[in-house]
Design a protein around this ligand. Structure first.
Ligand code: ADP
Ligand code: MG
Length: 379
């Protein structure tokens, strides 16, 4: 059944259109966005598709093919932070954020369908938000830019759902381009599309989903973010992004022991993004490998957001010949990326799978990341 037919069976009418917004993997620059630093994500071919038809009776009806059998029916006037449980909070939060920003949008019938694995560190939540935001922007003629929509989607996740995420996921889902990584400065949202011709250089970027579910709502993420903000305040900075690697040793001396590794990660990670961009600009893609692996060590040892499964996947991938590997996304599980020769992709996947089996872990799910397009109208 095609998506329009499925929409018709659900709501008794045809959709006015269909939009897609992708998941992402971040090449490097983890936990830097809320410190107003650099990130370097690519969009995945996996995306959320949203079919939508406007309503004029103040109702928002939401259905997700991955969200259970029922349609969630909400009154626009009742939308308030924390009022919507479960997955429906993501699209409902976008509608709430639009209205809270003064945009005169009404209700809609919404059908969502996704092949972005959820909770795998691949940003299924931002894809859900951005597909909804892109559809509302077009259908209600709002004329908002992609970065403006990304900021509204982030506000939905921060204020309505209650996850204090940075801006990377929403900017990646809205603004990425095929064949490129998005070099984004989270402070002012300036960005540059940096070509990443993996296939042209005989390379592949493996994504290994460890199937360990993180839950960024559990407070660990919020605690890390608060630690960074406290460190910045102690150093008299507006954000850790303002600290250069050259100033790091002196800054660490001024901080309590428990904040030092957080600051060390953020400052070195920000520098790793710039190193990675320089490698891409020079067309030396394999030079990215050691940067990825160093980034993982920093997340494991300093930021402490990795877990035994992601550590093992990185270790096994590198031992099997990957140029480099790291966990991607917020952490506490999720996915690992590994840069490999295209001809070695199967071998590296098999090596990680064997290592997982030996450790008694569930088999990882493997995808190949091909830099794909950001949010767009499909029809
Ligand atoms: P990530 O964004 O890395 O996938 P999150 O924890 O931020 O992980 O978001 C995962 C949540 O997003 C899920 O628990 C679910 O509530 C929601 N979600 C994602 N995709 C879908 C979908 N296709 N249908 C319904 N809910 C979804
Ligand atoms: Mg998310």
């Amino acid at each position: 059944m095609n998506t329009a037919t499925a929409f018709g069976e659900l709501y008794g009418r045809a959709p006015e259109g269909e939009w897609a917004a992708p998941g992402r993997v971040n090449l490097i620059g983890e936990h830097t966005d809320y410190n107003l630093g650099f990130v370097l994500p690519i969009a995945l071919p996996q995306a959320v598709r949203a079919q939508i038809r406007r309503r004029d009776d103040g109702l928002l009806r939401l259905y997700s093919a991955q969200g259970g059998p029922e349609v969630t029916e909400l009154r626009l006037d009742d939308l308030a932070p924390g009022s919507v449980p479960g997955w429906a909070a993501y699209p409902a939060g976008v509608v709430w954020a639009l209205r809270a920003a003064g945009h005169a949008v009404g209700g809609a019938d919404v059908r969502l369908e996704s092949d972005v694995p959820g909770g795998a560190g691949l940003s299924s939540s931002a894809a859900l938000e951005c597909a909804t935001a892109a559809a509302y922007n077009d259908l209600y003629g709002l004329g908002l830019s992609a970065p403006e929509l990304a900021q509204l989607a982030q506000r939905a996740e921060n204020a309505f759902v209650g996850v204090p995420c940075g801006i990377m996921d929403q900017m990646a889902s809205m603004c990425c381009r095929p064949g490129a990584a998005l070099f984004l400065d989270s402070r002012d949202l300036t960005m540059r599309q940096v070509p990443v011709d993996l296939a042209g250089q005989g390379l592949a970027l493996l994504v290994l989903d460890t199937r360990v579910k993180h839950d960024l709502g559990d407070g660990a993420y919020a605690a890390l973010r608060a630690g960074c903000e406290k460190a910045a305040a102690l150093l008299g900075l507006s954000a850790l992004r303002s600290l250069d690697p050259s100033g790091l040793p002196a800054a660490l001396d001024r901080l309590p022991a428990e904040l030092q590794p957080l600051v060390r990660h953020v400052v070195t990670e920000n520098a790793r993004v710039e190193t990675a961009v320089a490698a891409l600009d020079a067309g030396e893609l394999t030079a990215l490998g050691p940067v990825l692996t160093a980034g993982h060590a920093s997340l494991r040892d300093d930021y402490r957001v990795s877990c035994p499964e992601t550590d093992l996947a990185v270790e096994a991938a590198v031992a099997a010949g990957a140029y480099g590997a790291r966990m991607t996304g917020g952490g506490f599980g999720g996915s690992v990326i590994a840069l490999v020769d295209a001809t070695a992709a199967d071998r590296v996947t098999a090596a990680v799978t064997a290592a997982f089996r030996a450790a008694g872990y569930a088999e990882p799910r493997a995808l190949t990341a091909v830099p794909a397009e950001g949010a767009r109208r499909l029809r």
